[in-house]
Structure formats: structure tokens, C-alpha cells
Design a protein around this ligand. Structure first.
Ligand SMILES: [Zn+2]
Length: 469
């Protein structure tokens, strides 16, 4: 646990989510789900560490409206209250400052989305199955968690559900066991994962491998409604090439595998989760019309999932870099150049009011188009200012130095400053911290070549030594 995770203040956009008095580092979730009645029963074993300073007399988990069976801390029944999405727990014996402890919670009920300004978040019951799309604060709709993006943990998730359904999460499938008419799927995700990025899909899906089973590289699999398999195979055929490109540009893929689900439902937008992305049937048309979204979701595995923002005000770091990855894929796959894409985005952003600071857009405008488009433009402005060599070194360094870590916009600004000897502070301030749109980035002509050194007069002088010496 980095000190940053302990001392960070509550998220300014979602001050009620998460608890900084402790750090959860592993969740073991055992779930039983019946799709028909949409009934979920779960037990969670959470391994955690108390914050420094004082014994942990009280702490809170985020959990929506469920019936609580019991709550144990270090195996002993704890006193708790459960109100307004907060499970407040008073251990029988307070864990000492900095000490490891465990929490067990049993809960059950009918999961439903958490209400938000962007519609329902989290657990979504589908016509036949369910999916989870939690960004930014939907995770408590289905399991008890320390719901702040900076509190990353490893996960083991076991789901038992009728055998006709597939269960998909990001992570490695450890076992799949069928007893009577139910099947238990056990997945493990050892990489540090933010609660909003714990994904889950339950549905009638066909697995479609996108890579050779033993072909080397990152294993990639789709789970799709059988009728969409041909369209899916066409639309996602270039994903392995995207993976290769992004590994070249951003460094090694941060997880063991990558899974995409096409949920059997239309979705407004695809959503990223750890090692996983979920698309809607409307994003698959057999004509690759949505390929930019395939690139966008894959890029989030580096920007957002591995390198995670410590608070939601830094959202442009996720979306601006994923947007720019779309443009890089276009440029490197025979489509329009990133510069051309940036010009189009600039025209688009020009038409919007210039009243948003993307470096801190405010909770209501967290997912505003300008965060994405101007975010991509900010990255492009840096590329133009730094030049390709320094820019791509900077970008790869950002993803690899901060792999599986937690960052802020200030960290990014400092990283860029370290990556170049050109002054970029004013440029980043203009793009991130001011509402007015800066001029479109154009390459300044390189400085005229330095005049040839008035070549080594000393040498010549020395050569013109007096004859005879
Ligand atoms: Zn995105």
C-alpha cells in the first residue's frame, strides 16, 4: 500500500463512497445467482489493513439495499448498521493501527442498479441474464466494497448459476464445476483492481477465441450470442493486431488475458472492466463500423485499469488517452492519421460552449464529450510539442512506470516535464485547466540548423604552426 492510498482525502465528486480508514487488498466473493427471479446471495471475505494512526474502532463498506445475514471481523460477530448504501461496522475488537484483519459479510436480495446522474449503474438485469457496468460508483449494487478507485485489490470470484448460462469476469477461469443443474465458475484476478472495474456477465453466450490457443501473446476470447458469431468474428478480427500495436506503444499488456462480451442487449456505450470489456448487440454489425470502440476499450486496460486515477476529477487521463489510442489505431491501420482525427475533433469541440475545464470537469460533466475529445486533443498537442520520439517514449513510460498503480493529473504533468526539455507546463495548463480552447496544435517549424561551428579555429591555428618547428 502506498502512503498516497492511506492519506488521500475523500473523493471530491463522491465523498460518500469509500472509506480511507482502511485498505482492502483482497476480496473473495462467493455468489449464487438465479436469473429468473434475479436473486443474488453472496458471502464476501475481505482481507484488509487498518490505516495508520489509531486502532480501527469503526469503518464502513459500501453496499446497496440488501438483507445482511451476518458481519464478522477477524471471525467475531461485529456490530453494524446498514443505511443509505453504507454498511457501518464496529468490530468487537478493533484492529490495531496498520494491522491486517478480515471482514466476512453475508448478504442477499434482488440486485438493482444504483441511481446516478448518468442513469442506473452497476448490476443490470437483462432479458436473460445480468451484467455489471459500475463506472463510476455502481459496484455497491452487487457486493460490499471500499468503493474508491484508489483502493485496488485482487479478487477471487465464484458464481453458481443454472448451467445453461455462462459466467464471465475479467481474470483467469480456475475451475468450472457442474452439480445437478447448476454450475460454479471460479475466477481469479491477481492484479490490483478498482472496485468499479470488477466486471461480470451472466448470459447464454458462445465462447469465440480471437487468438490461437497456444499461439503465444495475450489470450483473447469473445463471449457472444450465437447468432452474432459471424458478425463478431469480422468486427473483432483485428483486435489481436490492436493488442500488438498497443503493446508496442504502451508497453506490455498489464493482465493475463483479455475477454470481450457482447451482451444480448443494446447498450448506450461499451464499458471497460479489468481484463474485460462489454459491448452491446448494437456495437456489432459485421461491417466494423464500431472498430474505434474496440480500440478504445482495449486501451483502457492500460489507461484506467492498470494506471488508475486516484479520484474522478482526473477522468480525462482515462478518456483522453483512450480516445487518442483510437486515433493511433486509425493511423497505424491504414485509416486517417491521428492529426486528421484531431482536426475533426477540434472542429467538433469548437462547436461546444467553452466553459469546461477538463482537468477537473465537475461531477455532473464527468462523461461530457469534451472530456473525451479535448482529452484526445491534449494528448495530440503534447505529441506535436514533444515530437514523435519523445512523445512515444513519454507515453510508454507513463504506462509502464505506473503499471498497476494510482495516479493524478499532477503526476502526469510531472511525468511529461521529466520526459522533455521543452517547456510544456503552459501548454498543459491551457488544455487542462482553462475553459477556452487553445489554438489547434501545429508543428512549429524546426529551428534553422545551427550554423556550422566556426570550425575549430584552434585546430587550424595549431595546424598553421610556423614551419620548421
Ligand atoms: Zn472510455
Amino acid at each position: 500500500m502506498s502512503p498516497k492510498q492511506v492519506v488521500a482525502a475523500a473523493d471530491p465528486y463522491f465523498p460518500n463512497n469509500g472509506d480511507h480508514r482502511f485498505h482492502a487488498h483482497r476480496y473473495e466473493l462467493t455468489l449464487d445467482y438465479r436469473p429468473g427471479p434475479n436473486r443474488l446471495a453472496g458471502t464476501a471475505r475481505i482481507n484488509a489493513i487498518a490505516g495508520v494512526g489509531a486502532p480501527l474502532r469503526e469503518f464502513a463498506l459500501d453496499l446497496a439495499d440488501f438483507r445482511i445475514g451476518r458481519v464478522l471481523v477477524d471471525g467475531r460477530a461485529a456490530h453494524y448498521t446498514h443505511r443509505a448504501g453504507k454498511l457501518r461496522i464496529k468490530p468487537a475488537k478493533a484492529p490495531a493501527a496498520g494491522a491486517a484483519f478480515t471482514v466476512d459479510v453475508h448478504w442477499s436480495g434482488n440486485p438493482k442498479p444504483v441511481r446516478s446522474p448518468w442513469g442506473g449503474l452497476g448490476w443490470e438485469e437483462l432479458t436473460d441474464g445480468a451484467l455489471v457496468a459500475s463506472q463510476p460508483v455502481g459496484a455497491p449494487s452487487w457486493y460490499p466494497c471500499n468503493d474508491r478507485p484508489s483502493d485496488k485489490a485482487s479478487y477471487q470470484i465464484s458464481v453458481t448459476t443454472p448451467s445453461a448460462y455462462s459466467v464471465v469476469t475479467g481474470g483467469r477461469l480456475l475451475t468450472r464445476t457442474t452439480r445437478a443443474s447448476a454450475t460454479t465458475w471460479v475466477y481469479d484476478q491477481p492484479a490490483p483492481t478498482a472496485s468499479y472495474l470488477v466486471g461480470l456477465s451472466i448470459g447464454v453466450y458462445r465462447p469465440v477465441p480471437l487468438t490461437e490457443p497456444h499461439g503465444g501473446g495475450v489470450p483473447q476470447t469473445g463471449y457472444v450470442p450465437a447468432r452474432l458469431q459471424p458478425q463478431f468474428e469480422h468486427d473483432f478480427a483485428r483486435q489481436p493486431q490492436m493488442m500488438a500495436l498497443f503493446e508496442e506503444l504502451f508497453g506490455p499488456y498489464p493482465f493475463a488475458e483479455y475477454t470481450v462480451v457482447v451482451a444480448d442487449e443494446e447498450l448506450d456505450v461499451p464499458v471497460e472492466a479489468q481484463g474485460l470489456a462489454t459491448f452491446g448487440t448494437n456495437h456489432v454489425d459485421g461491417a466494423r463500423r464500431f472498430e474505434r470502440l474496440v480500440a478504445h476499450e482495449l486501451a483502457h486496460q492500460w489507461f484506467g485499469n492498470s494506471v488508475t486515477i486516484s479520484g474522478w476529477q482526473h477522468i480525462w487521463l482515462n478518456e483522453g488517452l483512450a480516445k487518442y489510442a483510437e486515433w493511433l489505431w486509425s493511423e497505424r491501420s491504414g485509416g486517417p492519421s491521428a492529426h486528421h482525427k484531431a482536426e475533426a475533433a477540434y472542429r467538433q469541440v469548437t462547436a461546444f460552449p467553452q466553459d469546461l475545464r477538463i482537468g477537473d470537469p465537475g461531477r455532473r460533466l464527468l462523461f461530457d464529450d469534451r472530456v473525451y475529445e479535448r482529452g484526445g486533443l491534449t494528448v495530440h498537442a503534447l505529441r506535436v510539442a514533444l515530437g514523435d520520439d519523445a512523445f512515444f517514449r513519454m507515453l510508454r513510460g507513463w504506462a509502464t512506470l505506473n503499471r498497476h498503480s494510482v495516479v493524478t493529473t499532477a503526476d502526469f504533468v510531472a511525468h511529461v516535464a521529466r520526459s522533455t526539455d521543452r517547456p510544456v507546463g503552459d501548454l498543459l495548463t491551457a488544455w487542462l485547466d482553462r475553459p477556452e480552447l487553445p489554438p489547434f496544435p501545429v508543428r512549429t517549424p524546426p529551428p534553422p540548423p545551427a550554423a556550422p561551428l566556426r570550425a575549430a579555429p584552434a585546430t587550424r591555428f595549431w595546424l598553421r604552426r610556423p614551419s620548421g618547428s
